[in-house]
Design a protein around this ligand. Sequence first.
Ligand code: ZN
Length: 403
Amino acid sequence: MARARKTVTFLASPRLHGRGYVQQGERRAADYLRQRFAALGLQPLALGYFQPFTLDVNTFPGRLRLRVGRQQLRPGADFIAAPGSGPGQLRGQPIQLDTLIFTDEAAGQRFLSAPLEGRIVVLRQRDAERLRTLPDVFAQRVAEAAARIELVPAKLTASLAPEQAEQVQVQVLAARWPATPAPVELAVEARLQPAYPTQNVVGVVRGAVQPDSFVVVTAHYDHLGRMGRRAYFPGANDNASGTALLLELAAHYAQPANRPRYSVAFLAFGAEEAGLVGSRYFVAHPLLPLDRIRFLINLDLEGTGQAGATVVNGKVHEREYQLLERLNAAGGHLPALAPRGRAANSDHYPFSEAGVPAFFLYLRGTPTYYHDVFDRAETLPLSGFAGLFKLVVAYCQRLEHPL
Ligand SMILES: [Zn+2]
């Protein structure tokens, strides 16, 4: 546990810049992983353990400022750039979207006759969604504004985009926005990185009895990177935790005393947060025969666990799920398991779609920080980490010895 905790702390530290596409954060994380793989003596599945690929991704490497009235808002905590925001610098009195346009035709006509070029538009997130219920010209008009400020009710949740709009787009916590209109100063440095080179990190422990049959353990190591010069997304739960668990499983199977009968492959994926890019690439360019994978276990969000684990595909592979339940009950590893159907929510999905039997196990509990600047190592309990480790080892052992 001490080593796992250290791994999570390192991966989530500012030195890795949020493991994204600013300051080569993802590459630093990948270099660290291949060092760990090499130290364990894993066999590389590709030259230097790296399977390279590229992606288009929008980034926020530099200046990110938002001032409203006299108040300077904090990037990350009070506001974030929307994933596809363009770059720009603006100041002026913003225009609040008139919500009468949703109910009153005359208000709609007034809105459509007033051009928004060069202006800063402010709208609530739910009105942004409601815009889609109106004729397209309304959304087009909003898109013509130089900047768009969306007020988000509960929490800021960041993500990545493969393209960049012309418009400057930010999301602000509604509680931080003044009740009375105030002038705005906004500066966003956004850089679209076309064909940014990144990588999956891939190794294997060869099986002693059936080396051409595989159990595969996967976890994504990338995260969302930086949000301006100071703020970054640590991604401790998502997914330094799963990466640390993958490394602990690799350390276990790399010991001669634990040599598995089947080969066990360890795939640490890049660019999951950009839309499962690394795992999709692996499935399209497999480094081991997909039809020789007996089972795949994907690890993502493994930092809590007080409430047990959810098993995606548990309702698809019922017999295997029953086995998992029995092993968990017998060993008392996790407080509870809950099965789910299919879900495209992590790296197991491209494999499942290609016919590879797979579970995605994620732990449930607190804290629930997700895709924000608060997902830090310091507050991550790792309550279910050891239990999940034991459950996965027990499950893999039973796969090798079918009844
Ligand atoms: Zn994740």
